[in-house]
Design a binder for this molecule. Structure first.
Ligand code: ATP
Ligand code: MG
Ligand code: MG
Length: 565
């Protein structure tokens, strides 16, 4: 196991602890908006926040940032809870909903009005934009900026009472319209929105803006370190302004929570924006939110990715202050590494061709023994029936071998792994010349595990499944969803430098459904049982489509990276 790399966030936390801030306490949160399914990027944030809490003996809060009534649903709340639990993290009693704080947030907004730090503006959205100015030009004060406290309080109460339609008034913080930071030019903090909320129903028709709500949520929960992605860096001055203002008003103890930003995960060969994920689902480029090709966590689970793999990935990529791209192979390698350790071995023939052992007695079956895990002899062995007709991979026979080919071709010997050495004698063909069976003779004294078996020195070592005993099953060969590293974006190596629709970069071979011949032990696989199919890769029994005694398998990842350039 690699040591946990120290990173800049840990350094900041260590420094806070050294100074005795928050008495050394470390409390973080994972704050999704319940408006979609979690993706691999969220996994980075989850592992980071829960990981820091674990490392410092603190807690990480599971908080639903449900301040936007029109986009949020209970379905997403449930799916997010399931996904975080699947990653193996525990928030103990710390499950929170921002909507539970609406009364408190409203009171805090009123307080800001009372102390002259907020006012009701009645400009149209368009006018507000014009008044805000630009990066190079300062903004202008709204004509409503100097309304009296009494008038502001009354208007805000009437907003809450439902007297005004959406967009007619808005509550803004009064900070500085000339600030070089546009986020400090009197940001909106409360808006009118006549909409039913998935938890508070029709109780409210004014809702706090995210930038107002989020710091308050952190402070109300006594979060110490509020870790977010880089795009919120420019919001940090407002975060601090707001919490200091409310601490002045006696709402919070100091020190207030501290915001720290890190670079979000960008991963090649996928898209991680909710908007694009929704498009992939709605346009049916994938089969649903849990399609194993989609970078959602429910998709990952169905694909056979593991929580251990995600945690290893999060450790390995670390956190930084600079945006960068991580190659998909880093994530896949983490899954391989964990599965190599955790998955038992089984045999599967994915492209079956019949092998007939002409000198083996017809109707006879004998037992061969295969280790369940080469790294874990304590996991024992299983029986594999051996008989006269076996399935082998089509690519394990060549009538006319190419140079360096060591598998079956007329006159050559190879070992049937865990079984016998066979000598190829020829093949059978149909009328069109297609090979329908390979013929061979076995060497009865060559059985694996018997004395003298290793006197035969052969280079080919093939896997096989007895035809009479095979479990014939559907196997889905999943591959990367996009054939291009930066979907929709030609950045590097693009002669034309064109941006194009990311959908055009979908890999046409991202799914191949085949009928495979599997060793009989696989018939008993339970949903989500994971295996290495020898020589092929890692596979999982699909958690949705697997029936008792009739599992269907998904390829999680191949044994080796076939995408390396
Ligand atoms: P999107 O922008 O796709 O809508 P989001 O960032 O708005 O996603 P939230 O539900 O608000 O999604 O995210 C919850 C947490 O996950 C936030 O703290 C956010 O910073 C973090 N997060 C989201 N995407 C990534 C990513 N790609 N890498 C790291 N953290 C992320
Ligand atoms: Mg968000
Ligand atoms: Mg976002």
């Amino acid at each position: 196991e690699e040591a946990t790399p120290s990173n800049f966030i840990r350094n900041l936390i260590d420094e806070d602890r050294r100074l005795g801030k928050w008495s050394g306490r470390v409390e973080t949160r994972f704050p999704p908006e319940p408006n979609g399914y979690l993706h691999y990027g969220h996994a980075k944030s989850i592992c980071l926040n829960f990981g820091l809490a674990e490392a410092y003996g603190g807690a990480c809060h599971m908080r639903f940032d449900d301040t936007n009534p029109t986009k949020e649903e209970q379905e997403y709340v449930d799916a997010i809870i399931e996904a975080v639990q699947w990653l193996g993290f525990d928030w103990q009693q710390h499950l929170y909903f921002a909507s539970d704080y609406f009364d408190k947030m409203y009171a805090m907004a009123e307080h800001l009005i009372t102390v002259g730090k907020a006012y009701v503006d009645s400009l149209s959205a368009e006018e507000m934009r014009a008044y805000r100015g630009t990066l190079s030009a300062p903004g202008k004060d709204s004509p409503y900026r100097n309304r009296s406290v009494t008038e502001n309080l009354e208007l805000f109460q009437r907003m809450k009472a439902g007297e005004f339609p959406d967009g007619t008034h808005i509550l803004r913080a009064r900070i500085d319209m000339a600030s070089p930071n546009i986020n400090l030019r009197d940001p909106a903090i409360y808006r009118i929105r006549h909409a039913t909320h998935h938890r508070t129903g029709d109780r409210w028709c004014v809702y706090p803006m995210y930038t107002f709500a989020h710091p308050i949520e952190d402070a109300l929960e006594d979060v110490t370190h509020s870790i977010c992605t880089l795009e919120f860096e420019d919001q940090r001055p407002f975060y601090e302004w707001l919490l200091e203002s409310l601490a002045d008003g006696g709402f919070f103890q100091r020190p207030v929570p501290r915001q720290i930003e890190f670079a979000r995960l960008n991963l090649t060969y996928v898209v991680l924006s909710k908007r694009k994920l929704i498009q992939l689902v709605e346009e049916k480029h994938v089969e649903g939110w849990d399609d194993p090709r989609l970078p959602t966590l429910i998709g990952a689970r169905r694909r056979g990715f593991t929580r251990e793999g995600f945690r290893m990935f999060a450790e390995r990529i670390g956190v930084s202050k600079a945006d960068s791209w991580i190659d998909m192979s880093v994530l896949e390698d983490c899954m391989r590494e964990h599965l190599n350790e955790a998955a038992e071995r089984r045999v599967a023939v994915l492209d079956p061709l019949k092998l007939i052992i002409t000198n083996y007695p017809e109707g006879h079956t004998e037992r061969c023994h295969a280790p369940n895990h080469p790294l874990h002899p304590e996991l024992g062995k299983r029986e594999m029936p051996f008989s006269r007709e076996l399935w082998i991979e089509r690519e394990d026979f060549m009538e006319t071998p190419v140079k360096g080919y060591h598998r079956l071709y007329p006159g050559n010997m190879a070992r049937l792994r865990y079984g016998f050495v066979v000598k190829c004698t020829g093949c059978e063909k149909d009328a069109d010349g297609n090979i329908t069976a390979v013929l061979c003779e076995y060497l009865p004294d060559s059985k694996s595990g018997t004395p003298g078996a290793d006197t035969y020195k052969v280079k080919g070592n093939l896997h096989w499944v007895s035809v009479a005993h095979a479990y014939t099953a559907e196997v889905r060969l999943y591959d990367r969803l996009f054939a291009h590293a930066y979907p929709g974006n030609r950045r590097e190596g693009d002669p034309e430098g064109l941006e194009r629709d990311f959908v055009e970069d979908i890999n046409p071979d991202s799914l191949r459904v085949i009928t495979a011949q599997l060793e009989p032990a696989l018939r008993a696989a339970r949903p989500e049982a994971r295996f290495q199919f020898e020589r092929h890769g890692y596979f999982v029994a699909d958690r949705i489509d697997t029936r008792d005694g009739a599992p269907v398998f998904n390829r999680t990842v191949t044994l080796r990276d076939a995408w390396k350039k």
